[in-house]
Design a protein around this ligand. Structure first.
Ligand code: MGD
Ligand code: MGD
Ligand code: MO
Length: 776
């Protein structure tokens, strides 16, 4: 008879669960009892934790070792992605890492180390790989860091100019209680795809988006989804779908704004009292500045939405309590600042900002917990310290930086130069998943002398490192999980011993810091357990200062209980309610103290790619661009339904979604027929940047001319950059250009391509091979 499994509560980005362990193996994952809509992703963990793809022991790339022996590191980077690896003992590996860090710091300075280390890593506030990497590199003298993110980087640096804060991007928007009770129309640009609401950085206690949408609709609200694909209509919820050409939302919003202005339906009182520069924007709408009135017909020609629909949407929104929401995808595109600014301008003209259920919102449907009603409560935090090197780049400019040391670039009103990077240090991210134009990144990646990666699995990035250190999973360590948007704090119990020879990122850094003589600065004298208690105590003290929060239990009680649930907030949160009530006392942190529909500050930067008011600026690649002759289809690369980015890709949930082992690409039947592409067959998608294989899925719910393919299939291409990506990774096709000089965000969603049937035998997918040949 088998014994009952041991049970360990834990948390992942895709939900809270109890790990079931028998005989030292994870045998199942039981969803958190309070979660009524758990994500199927939690069941992928047994496949991953015991996967043959685990990095079992520290490993070093053969070509790098040869270069080091001859003391010629230059040119050695060409072997990244080609060479095999030899395993070494921990002592040898740590000595190599320590020597490289010391050599680069003393010869080239701290800024020659790139420690941006962007990525989602895993849930848990203490063992957060990016925070630990920063603490470690800062304590050792600093590094070149990164600012912003791929999620909402363009909006992050635009919104402070317009509304004085980027807080709405962290999910703190008018909450769902307010929306469900008051909103009569949600204009959902980018839709509300429930697949994306499965996850939240830091972890979701409950999956609530579907429930909130149901309540909102049951209360009489109408939902209009504006998107290139019907797939963005939330499953099981009634909604109207308005197909739109990708990257043209700004034109639609500007057209709607013109309709309001022409028909006198704009709220002149609101614009006068709460906004700065409306007259300048109105002049643009009328065409005073460029001779082109931005009529409904003008918008229709750009967006592929009928002029009548443009007018109807504008007037419908003016006739009831309406909320204009944009998913984050709209700004992850070339000139992605414009739809966000145009959305705020449209909402300002509707005059409902600061009213219950009205105004604008961002990210509802991009992530679980956006708009979650939540009391303001501190969660445990690991301080990262500060970077003595004071060097950073906008995160999505990594390939530019590596290819152009010393090169000048503009960012948010200032001019900078790229540092000369000699060493890249990465833990908790997968740039060979997340970056655009991976063939270009592959070239850029050959430049540094040394690349060090901590990874749990042999990911495409691990396979392009010189020294790979095996990291544990969350299930192999104790931690505390929480996010500033979720209503819970979770105890994450260690369920398994470290697999193979893996170590916690913290332990790896602790030993390296000891070798460098700065262990105390890194650890502050605490071990992991001491840190958890310290972080918890700090949270507890901060709760004690709030009259809304209960007393948090002692650490031991919290640990035994497995979680803390926050009390619900006493009142609904409405974005800019205070400002609306009293704009003098609660002025915005913009130069005018008001919503800026014209920004004198941005005008002063003189950027032709981001003018001083919202505008339609054609992106480099869209269906109306000249290049659309050669590459007539727009590829939308959305978030994957069955995994988190590249995480969990090898597990059976994600594998089962593939077609002949490749990522599916959705194509309209008319576009498929024109090319002789049949459902379920292999195709080659290509443009001047690259090509990949994928499996075709015919889908009538697409705007013709649009392809939709999710990100995250493990990058599988040969290192020369000329060949075919075999697995279906859209980032061999995407554009690697800053959204604008203002924000330098990622332009992932602007890519023109063409597609053709793949005839004959397809090359095998090699993304899941382990590149280790032996022991040194
Ligand atoms: N074309 C296109 N590209 C995109 C996007 C898009 O929409 N289109 N979206 C972008 C967005 S919004 C994002 S956020 C990025 C996401 O990009 P990433 O965050 O880089 O993607 P992940 O696959 O989550 O990578 C996390 C890595 O951390 C590793 N890891 C997990 N836990 C630990 C740990 O404890 N220690 C260590 N050392 N490693 C760990 C995992 O194995 C995994 O390889 O992708 C971006 N890329
Ligand atoms: N299951 C799952 N959920 C996730 C993630 C994941 O990896 N897996 N990643 C998480 C992360 S890190 C982030 S940042 C968020 C991202 O959240 P989003 O950025 O909102 O997610 P996307 O899937 O990129 O885009 C949402 C939808 O926008 C539509 N869209 C694309 N371009 C346009 C356009 O030009 N106009 C209009 N109107 N619509 C457009 C696409 O059809 C797409 O389905 O998702 C999070 N949620
Ligand atoms: Mo993201």
């Amino acid at each position: 008879m088998t014994s009952p499994p041991q049970r360990f509560p834990t948390l992942s980005h895709w939900g809270a669960y109890t790990a079931l362990v028998r005989d030292g193996r994870l045998v199942g994952c039981e969803p958190f009892a309070r979660d009524r809509a758990p994500s199927p992703m939690i069941h992928a963990m047994p496949d991953m934790v015991h996967s043959p793809l685990r990095v079992a022991r520290p490993a070093v790339r053969e070509g790098w070792l040869r270069g080091r022996a001859k003391d010629t590191r230059s040119g050695a980077g060409a072997g990244r992605g080609v060479d095999r690896y030899v395993e070494v003992g921990w002592d040898t590996a740590l000595k190599l890492v320590h020597e490289e860090l010391s050599r680069v710091r003393s010869t080239h300075g701290a800024e020659a180390i790139f420690g941006g280390s962007y990525g989602w890593a895993s849930a848990g506030r203490f063992h957060n790989a990016m925070s630990q990497t920063r603490r470690f590199l800062y304590a050792g003298g600093g590094c070149t860091d990164q600012v912003g993110n791929y999620s909402w980087g363009a909006a992050q640096f635009l919104l402070p100019h317009v509304i004085g804060t980027w807080q709405p991007l962290t999910g703190k928007v008018t909450d769902w209680n307010s929306v469900a009770a008051h909103t009569r129309l949600i204009l959902a640009f980018g839709g509300m795809p429930l697949r994306n609401a499965q996850v939240i950085a830091g972890g979701a206690g409950e999956h609530t988006t579907a429930g909130w949408l149901r309540r909102t609709v049951d209360n009489g609200a109408r939902i209009v989804v504006v998107s290139p694909t019907r797939g963005d209509v939330p499953a099981g919820i009634e909604a109207e779908w308005i197909p739109i050409r990708p990257n043209t939302d700004a034109a639609l919003m500007i057209g709607m704004a013109s309709v309001l202005l022409e028909s006198g339906r704009h709220d002149a009182g609101f614009l006068d009292r709460y906004c700065h520069g409306f007259e300048r924007y109105a002049a643009y709408l009328r065409g005073d500045t460029d001779g082109q009135p931005k009529t409904a017909e003008w918008a229709a020609a750009i967006c592929g939405v009928s002029a009548d629909t443009v007018r109807r949407l504008a007037l419908d929104a003016a006739n009831c309590r309406s909320l204009v929401n944009c998913t984050w995808s709209l700004q992850r595109a070339h000139r992605g600042e414009q739809p966000y600014w145009a959305c705020i301008a449209l909402a300002a003209m509707l005059g409902q900002i600061g009213l219950p259920g009205g105004g604008f919102s961002f990210g509802l449907g991009s992530i679980n917990s956006a708009g979650n009603p939540r009391i303001d409560a501190a969660v445990p935090q690991l301080p990262e310290g500060s970077n003595p090197a004071r060097s950073a780049i906008p995160v999505a400019r990594i390939a530019d930086m590596l290819l152009d040391p010393g090169g000048a670039y503009r960012f948010n009103g200032r001019e900078y130069r790229y540092p000369d990077i000699r060493l890249v240090y990465w833990a908790g991210g997968n740039p060979f998943h997340h970056h655009q134009d991976l063939n270009r990144l592959q070239q850029a990646w050959q430049r540094p002398e040394t690349v060090i990666v901590h990874e749990t699995w042999w990911t495409p990035t691990a396979r392009r490192a010189d020294i790979v250190l095996p990291a544990t999973t969350t299930l192999e360590r104790n931690d505390i999980g929480a996010s500033s948007r979720d209503g819970y704090v979770f105890a994450m119990h260690r369920a398994l011993p470290p697999q193979g020879q893996s170590r916690d990122d913290f332990e790896i850094y602790r030993e390296l810091a000891a070798m460098g003589g700065y262990e105390d600065a890194y650890t502050e004298g605490r071990d992991a357990c001491g840190w958890l208690r310290h972080m918890y105590a700090d949270m507890r003290a901060r709760w004690a200062g709030s009259d809304e929060l209960p007393e948090a239990p002692e650490f031991e009680d919290f640990w035994r209980q497995g979680y803390l649930a926050l009390p619900p907030p006493r009142r609904d949160f409405v974005l800019f309610e205070d400002f609306r009530r009293d704009p003098a006392r609660h002025g915005l942190r913009t130069p005018s103290g008001r919503i800026e529909l014209y920004s004198d500050r941005i005008a002063g930067f003189g950027y032709e790619d981001c003018p001083a008011h919202p505008a339609w600026l054609p992106p480099a690649e869209w269906l109306g661009a000249p290049a659309a002759g050669r590459y007539p289809l727009h590829l939308v690369s959305s978030q994957p339904a069955h995994r988190l980015h590249s995480q969990l890709d090898p597990a059976s949930l994600s594998s089962a979604s593939k077609i002949q082992h490749r990522e599916p690409v959705r194509i309209h039947p008319a576009d498929a027929a024109a090319r002789g592409i049949a459902d379920g067959t292999l195709v080659r998608i290509h443009n001047a940047r690259g090509a990949c294989l994928a499996g075709a899925v015919l889908d009538e719910g697409l705007m013709p001319g649009v392809l939709v393919m999710s990100t995250g299939a493990w990058f599988d291409a040969d290192a020369d950059g000329a060949g075919l990506e075999r697995h279906g990774n859209p980032n061999v096709l995407t554009l690697d250009a800053g959204t604008s000089q203002l924000t330098q965000g990622s332009s992932a969603l602007s890519a023109l391509v063409d597609i053709e049937p793949w005839h004959g035998a397809a090359p095998a997918v090699r993304a899941y091979e382990v590149p280790v040949v032996g022991v040194s």
